[in-house]
Design a protein around this ligand. Structure first.
Ligand SMILES: O=C(CO)[C@H](O)[C@H](O)COP(=O)(O)O
Length: 230
């Protein structure tokens, strides 16, 4: 599993802190990545201790991990509601995020946006004053070139994400491709998010604007929890 970024202890503290917020009877969105994985394991231990929850996975990886941890699952289309979602991020600035390092951002956005509360679990390596992390854009395979051209018109530099232990591109859980689009400093994430969303062939992008209810930032010293303003 991808563990780039901060220390695993910091990630564990963030994940466990968010899992502590989950109440009995909750339906919980289960994010993807190494920090959200700590929350899923903590939820599994809480289930062993008697907590009643149902998890809504956002990826093959979070589904597998939840199964191993003993978290009961419900599919997104069968969930009547999602009380809280716990998810990671590749970068955050203010209330906004870049996600999709695990190429799971399309389902993550559906689950995170549907949740009554979205808790984001991060470590200090994810903090920025202005977003500048390349934005993953999931595209229909046939639209790869037209979307790449449109991204270049918006000032971005798109790179097709390639697999590490397979020849060729990363294929998402939805059967699509990912363009990592470097826009430099993203001073107006809401406008860029709208532009990319409106591009034909784009399935979803990794800019999460104004969705977060609470950050849990783990460090080697402890956890900071806050609600973003604005
Ligand atoms: O968006 C994601 C997956 O699509 C992850 O939440 C993001 O990549 C952060 O991962 P990690 O906690 O391993 O740094």
């Amino acid at each position: 599993m991808k563990t780039a970024g901060g220390s695993d202890d910091a990630k564990r503290r963030a994940g466990e802190s968010a899992a502590d917020r989950v109440h009995d009877g909750a339906v919980v969105g289960l994010g993807t990545g190494s920090t959200a994985a700590h929350a899923i394991r903590a939820l599994g231990r809480a289930v062993d201790a008697g907590l009643d929850v149902q998890g809504v996975p956002t990826s093959f990886q979070s589904r597998q991990l939840a199964r191993e941890a003993g978290v009961p699952l419900v599919d997104l289309d069968d969930a009547e509601r999602i009380d809280v979602a716990i998810d990671g991020a590749d970068q955050f600035a203010g209330a906004d995020l870049v996600k999709g390092g695990g190429a799971a951002h399309a389902r993550e956005k559906v689950v995170d946006a549907a949740a009554d509360r979205l808790l984001i679990v991060v470590d200090p390596s994810k903090r920025a004053d202005v977003l500048s992390h390349p934005v993953p854009v999931e595209v229909l395979p046939d639209a790869r070139t037209t979307v790449a051209r449109a991204v270049a018109e918006y000032g971005g530099d798109p790179t097709l994400r390639t697999a590490e232990r397979k020849d060729g591109p990363v294929v998402t859980d939805n059967g699509n491709l990912v363009l990592d689009c470097d826009f430099g400093a993203i001073t107006d994430p809401a406008t860029l998010a709208r532009q990319v969303s409106q591009t034909p062939g784009v399935v979803e992008h990794g800019l999460f604007v104004g969705l977060v209810d609470e950050f849990h930032l783990g460090s080697d010293a402890g956890v900071d929890v806050w609600e973003p303003t604005g």
